[in-house]
Write a protein that binds this ligand. Structure first.
Ligand code: ATP
Ligand code: ATP
Ligand code: MG
Ligand code: MG
Ligand code: MG
Ligand code: MG
Length: 259
């Protein structure tokens, strides 16, 4: 063993590996609540969708966009949020683990800080945790396919969960409800909702059916405010909207996001 005074920093650092993400590709950081099945039970979230819990998630996403300017778009549903960084981002020189950990820890801190604002009557019983990963998408088409996948997933899960919880609330056990819905198609689930519970799926709140998107609005008037005018002054701010991000029309209406 070397004498501790002779350990050279270069030698110790040589064990670190490069984890730089490929240049000029879209970076998507998806974070997801750890064991939120349990967290939502302990904190008595309304089932299948607790609106305030979703509003809290959205508010945390807004804070992330405001803090990390390379994040240009985000989409969230349930206990997850996907953050899209601009293609040419040089955030942390594109080191993946730093990018992911900075975003996920900031999101988590905000979640805890804002808890009381969204749940004034509920005590936060234990510290929530989120995990995160970075995935690279080489073209805007494939990035859109990714976002489509998340929004389709939101719809499928919400349809299932809405049926499941209506069955449970009407007296079935959880395993009976599960068995009842096994193998049913989307159309059949809509029929169960309509015929047994008088619910037209398409009239449920958009936030439950489509998830939420947080992004910078386009009111920025570049060039109008010189000398480092603040974002507020230029009218630019992060908005949360329930959009269909599968359709081309959303991206045409917001051309600055993917360009
Ligand atoms: P993992 O740690 O593997 O992610 P998980 O228990 O978090 O496990 P998920 O697949 O991420 O599992 O699902 C999140 C769960 O959290 C949902 O199934 C749902 O029960 C609950 N949940 C999250 N958000 C809400 C909400 N707004 N309202 C009601 N329940 C919610
Ligand atoms: P980066 O984001 O690059 O990590 P940084 O400002 O966090 O930048 P570090 O090299 O991580 O820089 O150094 C942490 C700094 O935080 C220290 O230089 C010191 O100023 C401050 N700091 C951290 N812990 C303490 C502490 N216990 N008491 C006083 N100052 C502290
Ligand atoms: Mg997970
Ligand atoms: Mg989860
Ligand atoms: Mg999840
Ligand atoms: Mg530091």
């Amino acid at each position: 063993r070397e004498d501790i005074n002779n350990i050279k920093p270069e030698y110790v650092k040589s064990f670190q590996f490069e984890n730089k993400l490929m240049p000029l590709t879209w970076i998507v950081v998806r974070i997801d609540g750890c064991h939120f099945h349990r967290f939502s039970e302990v904190h008595e979230f309304e089932k299948p969708n607790d609106e305030q819990a979703l509003n809290l998630m959205n508010s945390c996403a807004v804070a992330v966009l405001e803090q990390f300017k390379d994040v240009i778009f985000s989409y969230g549903v349930s206990d997850e949020y996907s953050f899209v960084l601009k293609k040419d981002s040089q955030f942390y020189q594109r080191r993946g683990s730093e990018i992911v950990t900075a975003l996920v820890s900031y999101f988590t801190s905000i979640y805890v800080m804002k808890w009381k604002e969204f749940f004034p009557q509920k005590e936060l019983k234990y510290p929530p945790c989120f995990d995160g990963r970075a995935v690279l998408y080489p073209t805007s088409e494939i990035l859109r396919d990714y976002l489509t996948w998340r929004q389709v997933d939101c719809h499928i899960n919400n349809q299932y969960n809405t049926c499941f919880w209506m069955l449970v609330k009407s007296g079935k056990s959880k395993s009976e409800a599960q068995a009842y819905l096994k193998g049913t198609q989307a159309r059949e689930k809509n029929e169960v909702l309509l015929q047994q519970f008088g619910i037209d799926y398409n009239t449920l709140p958009l936030m439950f059916r489509q998830g939420s998107s947080a992004f910078w609005n386009e009111e920025e008037k570049t060039g109008m405010y010189e000398n480092g005018a603040s974002a507020e002054k230029s009218g630019k701010k992060v908005v949360v909207e329930q959009c269909n991000i599968i359709e081309q029309s959303f991206w045409e209406a917001h051309p600055s996001i993917l360009n």
